[in-house]
Ligand binder design. Sequence first.
Ligand code: DX5
Ligand code: ZN
Length: 220
Amino acid sequence: MIKIAPSILAADPLRIADDVDRIPNADYIHIDVMDGRFVPNLTFGPSVVRALRKHCNSFLDTHLMVESPERFIPDFAEAGSDGITVHVEPTHHINRLLQMIRELGCKPGVSINPGTPVVAVREILDMVSMVLVMTVNPGYGGQTLIRSTLQKVRELADLRSSLGLSFEIQVDGGVTIENVHEYAAAGADVIVAGTAVFGSDDPAAAVERLRTLASRARQR
Ligand code: DX5
Ligand code: ZN
């Protein structure tokens, strides 16, 4: 089943709760946390997750684009994240980080940048609920999707079936109604969309459209 995860990076920063209320049909709320070091931008802290936790029952999908992620995991878990995704690039101990996330009661996810091969996460695929394939270089919304990432989704989907695992494959960055069908057909289960949802004048309809196009492509 295809899930849509609108990214609040593209929401109105002065009206995040109102924008979240405009997408009651979203499966996840994707929270892009950036520290200005691992990626050039600076965005949300645990207080935004805490406020969203009080505000809605949606699955809070926290994406940590930060150096030293071990410093941030406890606070984002305590704030109410349902899932916490960390990047493999900024740590020497991805296995330990994923254990930490699970021990704190959150679903662990791992993310790879466009320049990072799938093999970098091969040894921990059995520890994660989700693998996030970045389809842009992280830092900003509204970028153009990097097409070479499509093969990585296919490779992960093949690995998932050959290993008999069931992690979700998530894609994030530059995904629109024009290209979502290719990524769903390749094996993506969770679609992060910021601009395509909050940049439209009817975010709920945009969520439905993305889900319909992705589900149709998956069935083919
Ligand atoms: C990393 C961020 C963005 C954002 C989605 O830069 O993770 O990918 O969520 O961006 P758009 O607006 O392209 O859907
Ligand atoms: Zn993200």
